[in-house]
Design a protein around this ligand. Structure first.
Ligand SMILES: [Zn+2]
Length: 313
């Protein structure tokens, strides 16, 4: 599940390697992957890859020139917006993809780059599993900021982490821009909603709420000033730490499996690294919410349907 820290490091590493590379060809063997057809993906041929950025949990790969040049757009600037969803990865390969690579969704062949590599390489959006949910859209530069996937994003969770306020219009109590979370939503739901705050998903929501010692299913509107400050500080420190850990560990080529820096998410049954109590989880259809009852819920466990079912059987 690539979230802000994983996507941030992917963007940094690929950008450092590929800035200045020239596109030889671009195609999308994943049939459902490309969401736009104007400009077409093959217009990238001859263009220069300028840089790769992160927006929330998405990637923006900027290009200029080549087949993107038109009368209206003489510089031919465009960006490929990519969402990795839950099982996608953007990876760099030195060998050409064989046609049998069923995980390849978008394949961009490139020559050169900032790292001085001389052979042809491939930037590949791959997706593991049989579902095709990762997607890309190629947007003219003028259309990037107004694209609904970007224009509806909330403020970035990092590095300029918002300072949470009780109500919209309140002055910021901290360094970051003021942000009022929707009061009736649960904290875990609000933090994962990209339109509220951008970059956090299920893994890092669990990490952040554990760090702040706040119960994940509390209503956002029920927090007091100290808790709101603790939540803001926890987002900043956990994401800082996550990214710093990746900077040390990750190099190109990026592996299929990203390292797991979690203290609580995915660790149900293990000891809480802070208090030693057993970490519990609530299971949803395609999600698992982990928390420490001693640190976060006053010692009271949440009901878990799967767990209750096991007891009944
Ligand atoms: Zn604990």
């Amino acid at each position: 599940m690539p979230e802000l820290p994983e996507v941030e490091i992917t963007a940094r590493l690929l950008s450092a390697a590929l800035a200045g590379a020239t596109v030889d060809s671009a195609r999308a063997p994943g049939l459902a992957t490309m969401q736009t057809f104007k400009p077409p993906l093959d217009a990238l041929a001859g263009a220069t890859l300028e840089r790769i950025e992160r927006r929330g949990k998405m990637l923006l790969v900027w290009f200029a020139g080549g087949g993107l040049v038109t009368d209206e757009d003489p510089e031919g600037r465009a960006a490929l917006l990519i969402h990795l969803m839950s099982a996608g990865r953007l990876q760099l390969f030195e060998k050409r993809a064989t046609m049998k690579d069923r995980t390849a969704r978008i394949v961009i062949r490139l020559n050169g780059g900032a790292d001085g590599f001389e052979e042809e390489r491939e930037l590949r959006l791959k997706e593991f599993g049989t579902r095709q949910s990762a997607w890309g859209r190629l947007l003219r530069a003028a259309d990037v900021e107004t694209d609904e996937r970007l224009s509806t994003l909330g403020p970035e969770a990092w590095p300029d982490t918002p300072s949470f306020v009780a109500a919209a219009g309140d002055a910021s109590p901290g360094d970051g821009p003021p942000l009022a979370l929707p009061p009736r939503r649960t904290l875990r739901g609000a933090l994962r909603d990209q339109r509220v705050i951008a970059g956090i998903g299920r893994r890092w929501a669990d990490e952040v709420l554990w760090e702040a010692k706040i119960a994940p299913l509390r209503r956002a509107g029920d927090l007091d000033d100290d808790e709101r400050a603790a939540l803001s500080a926890a987002i900043r420190s956990r994401l800082d730490e996550g990214i710093a850990g990746y900077v040390e560990k990750l190099k190109l080529p990026l592996k299929d499996k990203m390292p797991v820096p979690e203290r609580v998410h995915g660790r149900a049954g293990e000891a809480c690294p802070r208090c030693g109590d057993t970490i519990l989880a609530v299971h949803y259809e395609s999600d698992e919410m982990a928390y420490c009852p001693t640190c976060q819920t006053g010692g009271k466990p949440y009901k878990d349907r799967r767990f209750s079912r096991l007891l009944k059987d």
